[in-house]
Design a protein around this ligand. Structure first.
Ligand code: CP
Length: 290
């Protein structure tokens, strides 16, 4: 059975912690692994991407492999070819493949029929590759994960869910501050708050994400109104630990969920976080293809 990475909870705690440490090693020695020599990796993008595409394409190359980008208009899947048949054919040509799409059910169906590892590059419910880079950024900043407090402020979306699932697995206390109607469901391991100031108290990291995600454009005004008091600014960060860092998975919308002062300021690790996508995903590919 191939190893898949659909929600991130497929990894044990030990595997997750080892992956984070391996990602830090790979950052120090980017060409130190040829784990994908002679192998191709399929990368299906049914939604736009800057970081995920760049980091996977460059990362596969650094591991000695061949990234194959597949856009919907280039695939028979968009003309009705069955998901099962698509999974069968991909499995005959590539060593693993990832997909960025809307429905989690599509990724699950591909994984059900694939004979090679399938990884989730973002779905409506999950963004586990982002969470790997987030954990790596915390580990390289603080030298540990266990016992850290990370507060996510804003829309309880796929990024928040993956942070909750993987962060708590790594020993982090994850708090999510969101208004009614935008909060994460129970059961992710996160502590749920209404009040962002209370949620941020003493936190080591304060994290936010866009208020209007891809697909939410029709409700943009309603979302901005509901989330207006959940902006990450310097005043909110002042309630966190003195050495707290600000994180954002990007793209950012300064003036909405984060201020420009925080996005480009001394307390952010956001640009390291964006770079760390590549290193963390290289460690993931090593693990899936071991
Ligand atoms: N954080 C993230 O997934 O960025 P992209 O949408 O640009 O890939």
């Amino acid at each position: 059975m191939p190893r898949h990475f659909l929600t991130g909870t497929e990894l044990t705690r030990d595997e997750l912690l080892t992956l984070v440490d391996r990602a830090i090693e790979l950052k120090a020695d980017p060409l130190g692994s040829a784990a994908l020599a002679g192998k191709s990796i399929g990368l299906i993008f049914q939604k736009p991407s800057t970081r995920t595409r760049l980091s996977f394409e460059a990362g596969v190359f650094e591991l000695g492999g061949n990234p194959i980008i597949l856009r919907p208009d280039e695939m028979q899947l968009s003309r009705g070819e069955p998901v099962r048949d698509t999974a069968y054919v991909l499995s005959r040509h590539v060593a693993a493949f990832g997909i960025r799409t809307h429905a989690d059910a599509l990724v699950e169906e591909l994984a059900e029929h694939a004979s090679v590892p399938v990884f989730n590059m973002l779905t409506a419910e999950h963004h586990p590759c982002q969470a790997l880079a987030d954990l790596m950024t915390l580990k390289e900043t603080f030298g540990r994960l266990d016992g850290l407090v990370l507060t996510y402020v804003g829309d309880g979306n796929n990024v928040a869910r993956s942070l909750a699932l993987l962060g708590t697995r790594a020993g982090i206390e994850v708090r999510v501050a969101a208004p009614a109607g935008y909060q994460l469901e129970d059961g992710t391991g996160a502590q749920l708050f209404d009040d962002p100031t209370a949620a941020v108290a003493g936190a080591n990291a304060v994290y936010t994400d866009v208020w209007v995600s891809m697909g939410d454009e029709e409700t943009a005004a309603q979302r901005r109104a509901a989330l207006a008091s959940y902006r990450v600014d310097d005043a909110l960060l002042d309630h966190a630990a003195p050495d707290a860092i600000a994180l954002h998975d990007l793209p950012a919308h300064p003036g909405d969920e984060i201020t420009a002062e925080v996005l480009y300021g001394a307390r952010q690790r956001i640009w390291d976080q964006a770079e760390n996508r590549r290193h963390a995903q290289k460690a993931l590919l090593e693990l899936l293809l071991r």
